[in-house]
Design a protein around this ligand. Structure first.
Ligand code: NDP
Ligand code: PYC
Length: 338
């Protein structure tokens, strides 16, 4: 028997909405969360696709999130836009702010969205790709919980702190990357644990500060940044830009706020968008060619662009009309309907 179960594409959203509403999310939040889960699962992003329904459910059970919060958009006469998620999941707040962020970026050349007071569980690439689909380049960042030791340290100070970037390309998928600044995302370690697999070396320390490849020891101990002091510094930058800069929590505070509860971290998020039309010296064609020359040079060497695996997965899953998830996860999700 296969250890994978197929789910028809239409059923991914429907199953998500049913589970989310069952546990207490209102219609608008359930729809926004389900759309993110569908988008990630369609691209075979296993750590932040349907698997994250477990975290969304846990977050509601923890009792601090509002499943009916109405995000409040606060415009200004500067290039900075704020949206207060009012203790809801981040996604509805970002949905509500996105048209205004695009409008402000096109007017000013650059604009930033600060999302405050949100619970956050999701991948960032779908959000920066909404901006590149509008012809903009964009960067997004969030802290999380202080699970990650700084390079040279032994205990968690930093979040897994992903950075996502997307660059628009004519008639092609955008250039996008999106990764945790820890060696592994927390979700990836959880998937290793569920699959009974050992981690590679260099990803985590146990509670005593010794290197470990055991996923549970890693979850109990401290994760490590990617690329030693370089990843560590990038992670600190994420803490600063998506924390104190926007009057919101650092990962240490998010962890304290959770007080041992296992749901999604609670903090802020920053998204910065750039309109090439304001920067490219009136030479869009030449500058697009320059970017394309770089991409071609990378591909010609046999290297791949980030997100290529994702785009291939999307094409395959759209063609066959279903996604596959581990049967154990499928069973865990169905148990949430009872
Ligand atoms: P991965 O390590 O899976 O992938 C990182 C990026 O690198 C992807 O864009 C991927 O493209 C690309 N990539 C992978 N292998 C190669 C390669 N050989 N050559 C070129 N590019 C490559 O990401 P993470 O596990 O670190 O993060 C997964 C997700 O978790 C992210 O979407 C992130 O936003 C999310 N996350 C969310 C957090 C939160 O607090 N909300 C915290 C941490 C992570 P491809 O997809 O095509 O393989
Ligand atoms: O995978 O590191 C992670 C993560 C943290 C919050 C949501 N996902």
């Amino acid at each position: 028997m296969s250890n994978l179960t197929q789910i028809a594409l239409d059923d991914v959203r429907a199953l998500s909405i049913k589970i989310l509403k069952n546990v207490g999310y209102g219609d608008d939040h359930a729809r926004a969360i389900a759309e993110m889960l569908y988008t990630c699962q369609l691209d075979d992003c296993q750590s932040h696709g349907l698997f994250r329904l477990l975290m969304c459910v846990q977050t509601m059970r923890d009792g601090k999130i509002s499943g009916h919060a109405k995000p409040a958009l606060k415009d200004s006469d500067t290039a900075v836009l704020h949206v207060d998620a009012r203790d809801g999941m981040s996604l509805l707040a970002v949905d509500i702010a996105m048209p205004k962020l695009i409008e402000k970026t096109k007017a000013n050349g650059i604009a930033a969205l600060a999302v405050n007071k949100c619970f956050h569980f999701s991948a960032l690439w779908p959000e920066v790709e909404r901006l590149s689909a509008a012809g903009l380049a964009a960067i997004a960042m969030v802290p999380s919980h202080s699970w990650v030791a700084p390079a040279g340290g032994k205990r968690g100070s930093l979040g897994t702190n992903p950075i996502a970037f997307s660059w628009p390309r004519h008639d092609k998928n955008p250039f996008t990357f999106d990764f945790a600044t820890s060696g592994f995302a927390r979700g990836e370690i959880e998937l290793y644990k569920r699959a009974g697999k050992q981690l590679p070396d260099g990803v985590a320390l146990d509670k005593q500060g010794n290197p470990t490849t055991d996923p549970q020891a890693a979850l109990d101990g401290a994760m490590l940044p990617f690329g030693s002091y370089k990843g560590s510094a990038l992670s600190i930058m994420v803490e600063l830009l998506a924390g104190p800069l926007i009057d919101d929590m650092i990962s240490l505070e998010s962890m304290e706020y959770a007080a041992g509860q296992a749901g999604a971290p609670y903090h802020g998020q920053i998204i910065i968008a750039f309109d090439p039309a304001h920067f490219n010296g009136g030479k869009p064609v030449e500058n697009n060619e320059r970017a394309e020359r770089l991409f071609a040079d990378i591909i010609e060497q046999g290297a791949r662009l980030p997100s290529q695996r994702r785009f291939e997965a999307r094409a395959r899953n759209l063609e066959r009309g279903f996604v596959e998830i581990p049967t154990v996860l499928y069973d865990d999700l169905h148990a949430l309907l009872n």
